[in-house]
Design a protein around this ligand. Sequence first.
Ligand SMILES: *Cc1c(COP(=O)(O)O)cnc(C)c1O
Length: 403
Amino acid sequence: MNDEIRRQFPFFQQPNHGRELAYLDSAASAQKPQVVLDALERLYARDYANIHRGVYELSARATRAHEGARKTVARFLGARNSSEIIFVRGATEAINLLANTIGRQRLGYGDEILITHMEHHANIVPWQMLCEQTGATLRVTEINDQGELDLDSYAALLGPRTRIVSATHVSNALGTINPLGEMIRLAHERDALFVVDGAQAVPHLPVDVRELDCDFYVFSGHKLYGPTGIGVLYGKQELLAEMPPYQGGGDMIASVTFAQTTYAEPPARFEAGTPDIAGAVGLAAAIDFVEGIGFDAIQAHDAELLAYGTKRLLEIPNLRLVGTAREKVAVLSFVTDIHPHDLATVLDKQGVAVRAGHHCAQPLMERFGVAATTRASLCVFNNKADLDALADGLLEARRIFHP
Ligand SMILES: *Cc1c(COP(=O)(O)O)cnc(C)c1O
C-alpha cells in the first residue's frame, strides 16, 4: 500500500541531498497529501466568501462547504449530531475552552481534576490555571516503567470530589494507548466528566465517541494530515447546551442589545467570529483521505513499522527505549549515550528528521529520569527504508561521538 500513499504527498518530491527525507516527526505535525492542498485551493479559488452572512449564492456555497466539513467530522468521530462538533484552533484551544466554560461552571474549592502522568502540557496547564482560579486540586494518575497507565492508581484517585477527568487517548511521547473504556466507566460511576485528548489517537485508531461514552473529545487537524489552525471539540449535546460561551462576538449570539445579549445554540455559541473556513474544509479532505485508506490498513501498517523499528533500534548499542507499553502506536522514543539534540543534528545531516526534547511532556520525562528523548513517530507515508535510514544515522552518530 505504501509507495502509492507516499506518492500522494508532494512533500517527498522535493530534492533533499539526493534522497527522500525520512520524515519521522508526524507526532509533532504531519505532511499534507495533495487532496488536502487541492481542497484548500478549490475553496479559496472558487467557493470563497464569509459564511452564514451573505444571501448571495457564493456565501451559501462557502457555508455549505463549512457545514459539510462539520458533518464529515461528526461521522468520523461517531457523534450523534453535527451540532456536537465545535471547530476550534486545535486540541490546545479545545481544552482551554473546556476549562474556561464547564470547568469554571462545575468546579469549586476542594474539588478535584484528575489527569495522568503522561499528559501533554496542553492537557496539564489549562487545568492548573483552572485550579488557581477555583481552588480546585489537580491529581495525577501514576504510570508504570513501561509507560502504561496504572489502573489501580487511577481507581484510587477517583474520589467523591473528582469533577473532571482529562486523559490522553494516546501518549505523544511514548505511544501508549490508554484503556479509555474502563477509565471512562469508572469516572462515570463517580459522576465525573471525562475529557479525552485525542490529538495523537485520530491518525492511528478508529474513534467512536458514542462507544467510548466520553463527554468530550478533542483533536487537532494538523496531526491528521490536515491544515494548521483547525481543530475539533466534540461534546455531548446535553453538556454543550448547558455550557456558557467561551468568547463573545459575531455569530455566537441569538440577539444583542446594549442591555442584554442572548446566545446562540451550540455549535455557534462556541464559534465567535469568522472561523477558519478553509481549515475546516481542508480537515474534511484529510478525513476523507484517512478513511479512504481505512483504519484496518493503517493499523496493520503501524504495527509492522513499530515491530520493525523496535527491532532496528534495539540493535544500536546503549540505546534504551522509553515507552514499551503492550498497547502502543508507532512512536519510538529513546535515549542513548549521546545527547538527543546532538543525535538529532547528526540525523538531520543524514536526511532523517526526528524530534529531540521533552515533547511538551516535562513531568513524563522526569518520571523516566531523563531531560529529553529522541522520538521517531511514524504514520501512513513512512516505510521501512525510513527506519533503516534512522538506524544507519544512529550508527553514524556513534562513529562521530564514540569513535
Ligand atoms: C500535539 C498535542 C496536543 C496539542 O495540540 P496542538 O495542535 O498544539 O493544539 C495536545 N495533546 C497531545 C497528546 C498532543 O500530541
